[in-house]
Design a protein around this ligand. Structure first.
Ligand SMILES: [Ca+2]
Ligand SMILES: [Ca+2]
Ligand SMILES: [Ca+2]
Ligand SMILES: [Ca+2]
Length: 343
């Protein structure tokens, strides 16, 4: 008897469809209900659990000694030193008077600027300038960009300042130079951070301006004009203006101006805006002595009366002198004015 053959599976005779789980079952329904209840409770609690899992340090790193050191919490205000890294501020300072030669007896103006390029702001940095003995100075100061300083002072600068990052303080020091000064005039300004602050670049915390002390000659020009009543017996006013466009003109030996009035007029009086004008009536002469600062001038006013008869030409010449090479000795020039005496 031949046993019945069992047919082989083939594409034409596929295997029966495997059995699958039913899409719903009593177990799945129970899990769905549980998840729904738990999710609802989570959302009702604010959507976050305090015991949410977060990954901690890798225990293998701890064993290997390579575990990163955690950053401690900081309770210091923003920008303040938390006590771990010192405050750092690169302060710097500059000084210049814009010239390289200064005349003894003259003056110069220094601009001193201290600034902070950070990274931290500082309060209580000190800006100082101990002026050379040949200088007598007064100063003013303005802050900018978060810089604050004392508004003004005289003598040496030693000022506690505030310098925000990018801020600056700028001093303008006007200094008279001793007439006896010689050689080189060196003036150094310094900025020092407050004690706990570290300056990573201390090399730019001091600056020096140097000038050669050399005489600078004066350059004086003059004019003389006349006004008033140009008749016999009338009163006239001579106005003499001396202007100095060079270095300082000192009150040197001898008169800086001498005006001998002509016989056609009679000297009455003389005044001057600076220095000393002396009217010597007996010789009809006015003498003026005084100094004229660089870029400055003086006006000398002479009052006289006219003696000349009508039609006479009255010419008056004054001689003024100045020191053209700054060696303390005057040179000379003259100005002339003339008028015709009327009826
Ligand atoms: Ca510095
Ligand atoms: Ca200079
Ligand atoms: Ca003199
Ligand atoms: Ca001279």
């Amino acid at each position: 008897m031949i046993a019945p053959r069992i047919p082989l599976h083939s594409m034409a005779n596929p295997m029966p469809t495997p059995m699958t789980h039913p899409t719903t079952s009593p177990l799945r329904g129970c899990l769905g209900i549980c998840l729904g209840v738990c999710l609802g409770a989570w959302l009702a609690a604010g959507g976050e659990r305090a015991d949410v899992y977060r990954p901690g340090p890798d225990p293998r790193a701890r064993l290997a000694g390579t575990e990163p050191v955690p950053t401690p919490p900081s309770f210091a205000p923003a920008g303040a030193d938390p006590g771990i890294v010192p405050t750092q501020a690169d302060l710097n300072i500059t000084i210049t008077d814009g010239i390289v030669t200064v005349a003894p007896g003259g003056s110069t103006v220094y601009t001193i600027t201290a600034s902070n390029v950070g990274p931290d702001a500082v309060i209580g940095a000190t800006v100082s300038d101990t002026f050379p003995a040949a200088l007598t100075c007064t100063w003013t100061c303005l802050g900018a960009g978060g810089g604050a300083c004392t508004a003004a002072g005289s003598g040496n600068i030693s000022d506690a300042v505030t310098l925000s990052v990018g801020g600056s303080v700028s001093y303008s020091a006007t200094c008279a130079v001793s007439p006896l000064a010689t050689g080189t005039l060196s003036n150094t300004a310094v900025v020092v951070p407050p004690g706990p602050v570290v300056d990573p670049s201390p090399g730019n915390n001091a600056a020096t301006d140097s000038d050669t002390l050399a005489p600078v000659g004066a350059n004086v020009t003059g004019s003389k004009t006349v006004s008033g009543d140009f008749t016999q017996g009338g009163t006239i006013i001579y106005t003499i203006v001396l202007t100095n466009t060079g270095g300082v003109q000192g009150d040197n030996p001898g008169h800086e101006l001498l005006d001998v009035l002509p016989g056609e007029v009679t000297l009455v009086s003389a005044t001057a805006t600076s220095g000393t004008a002396v009217a010597t009536l007996g010789t009809n002469t006015v003498a003026w002595d005084g100094s004229i600062p660089a870029g400055d001038g003086v006006t000398i006013t002479i009052t006289a009366t006219i003696n000349a008869a009508a039609g006479a030409l009255v010419s008056s010449q004054a001689v003024f002198s100045w020191d053209s090479d700054g060696n303390g000795t005057n040179d000379a020039n003259s100005v002339t004015d003339a008028f015709v005496c009327d009826q």
